[in-house]
Design a protein around this ligand. Structure first.
Ligand SMILES: *[C@@H]1O[C@H](CO)[C@@H](O)[C@H](O)[C@H]1NC(C)=O
Length: 478
């Protein structure tokens, strides 16, 4: 307290009290609740770091770091509450969505969500990832559990780079809460897919005990109004629904919520959409395009949680037979997707999927281009795949390509980690050879290009000779 009394001589008591009060709020709300929101765009984040004030308070016992602009930073009332409404601030507007189609597609949906949050000046609340595509169990319980967005991605870095607050659902609503919250959301799926009978399904609302009443969005949110059952919605269409004029003009009878039987119009404070995977500006599947807004303004800032990065590098070092501190040589990563792509085959599988010889041709193109354009000699090749056929893997080994040993990964880190580690390894390659039409390959390719200025190729498949091509082809997008 001694330091306080000397400080009081210089500081207005009321101001000091509000700083302490804000400090306690920050302590409870956690590190995520800060929003630098600098007015002066020349001001770097490190300037903020330098300007932090450290205040020691007696109760609750903690050393709290307050950023001078912290008034704008607090976007929740405090720690997670049983009913989510209790944690939302009356002066903040939020936006969320309910993805559920596998890790990469969910990540892409959440990039779209954050982009839409920018367009609407709302705070995004990110749900956890669904273990829908995973088998096996967590080390503790034997069950596959959700993994939070922040366990996978570096949320503080994302918030810093985007200069906006980013929230996760676990920060808003207590994970152990059994309180059923009701919420009115827009059903986009039924507006774009005329023959569907409900919103796009996600298990997330049920897991969070959120009972949703749906309002079908107006037809004009469709990207291509004349194309029946074309799933894409326009970002700008959804954006307009975030504001009272278009929202009120397009209200119609909402569906009854499944648990409480309530009929609720779309919530104005917490705007929500069923699924944002199929959202675009100009054409469908824009993540493949150079102008992709969700990639340029959000996705490229979405780096791995440093822990995932470290674990992945440990796997690479062990795979290459290097010491724990060794520098990792430049490598080329390959992603071969078979698994559920079998369903897209109209010929026997060994004719449908690209043979390893076709993949090797692409690897050689990447090697050659790295050497020629960047003076990089890449001799290490890592192949990642969901293929389980042992004979196939033996053929991979015969090419001299490395395989990551995941035999103990799930039991050590949890069922999510084989996928997370493979994806992180792909994104740290100097070169990348992907599978055509795979979103995993698409996003890995964009990361390799963006983060490592790497070289990309993509392997076509579907019929015999699908990837045959003449000479040096242009790099496809993974
Ligand atoms: C396993 O892989 C080998 C080599 O690619 C292939 O000949 C065989 O047909 C595959 N087996 C199955 C069951 O797919």
């Amino acid at each position: 307290m001694h330091s306080f009394s000397s400080a009081i001589r210089h500081v207005n008591l009321k101001a000091l009290f509000s700083v302490i009060f804000l400090g306690s709020l920050c302590y409870y709300a956690g590190w995520l609740s800060r929003w630098p929101a600098p007015e002066d765009s020349a001001l770097e984040w490190k300037d903020f770091e330098a300007k932090r004030i450290t205040i020691t308070v007696q109760a609750p016992q903690a050393t709290v770091t307050v950023i001078p602009e912290a008034e704008e930073a607090v976007v929740l009332n405090g720690s997670p509450t049983d009913a989510f409404q209790d944690n939302l601030r009356h002066d903040v507007r939020y936006i969320t969505t309910w993805p559920g189609t596998g890790f990469t597609n969910e990540a892409m949906s959440l990039m779209n969500l954050i982009y839409l949050a920018m367009l609407t000046e709302r705070v995004p609340i990110l749900p956890a990832f669904n273990p829908s595509h995973l088998s096996g169990g967590s080390p503790d319980t034997g069950e596959v559990v959700d993994t939070t967005f922040g366990e996978v991605f570096d949320v503080p870095r994302l918030a810093k780079e985007l200069r906006m607050p980013i929230l996760e659902w676990w920060q808003v609503k207590d994970r152990k809460s059994t309180t059923v919250d009701s919420l009115g959301c827009w059903n986009v799926w039924q507006a774009t897919m005329e023959h569907s009978s409900g919103p796009q399904y996600s298990v997330m609302p049920r897991k969070l005990n959120i009972d949703i009443s749906w309002t079908i969005a107006p037809k004009w949110v469709k990207l291509k109004p004349d194309a029946a059952n074309e799933a894409h919605a326009k970002f700008t269409g959804l954006m307009a629904l975030a504001f009272p004029e278009q929202r009120n003009r397009n209200l119609r009878t909402p569906s009854k919520s499944p648990l409480l039987g309530l009929s609720l119009p779309p919530n104005e404070q917490l705007l929500c959409f069923d699924n944002l995977y199929y959202t675009a500006n100009v054409e469908g599947f824009e993540f493949e395009r150079d102008y992709s807004t969700a990639w340029r303004l959000v996705g490229k800032h979405l780096h791995w949680n440093p822990r995932i990065e470290e674990i992945a590098r440990g796997y690479v070092r062990r795979t290459f037979g290097l010491g724990v501190e060794a520098t990792i040589p430049p490598y080329i990563a390959i992603h071969v997707r078979h698994g559920d792509f079998k369903g897209a085959c109209h010929t026997p599988l060994d004719e449908c999927f690209a043979p390893l010889s076709a993949i090797a041709r692409r690897v050689n193109e990447v090697k050659e281009e790295l050497q020629r354009l960047k003076d990089i000699t890449a001799v290490h090749i890592i192949l990642t795949s969901d293929e389980t056929n042992i004979t196939w893997w033996e053929e991979v080994a015969a090419y001299g390509w490395y395989r990551i040993d995941h035999s103990a990964t799930a039991s050590t880190y949890g069922a999510w980690y084989p996928v997370l580690i493979d994806t992180a390894i792909q994104s740290e390659g100097k070169g990348f050879v992907g599978t055509d039409r795979s979103t995993v390959s698409l996003i890995a390719g964009r990361r390799v290009k963006e983060w490592n200025d790497g070289v990309l190729r993509s392997v076509k498949w579907g019929k015999v000779g699908a990837d045959n091509h003449q000479g040096r082809s242009k790099g496809a997008q993974g």
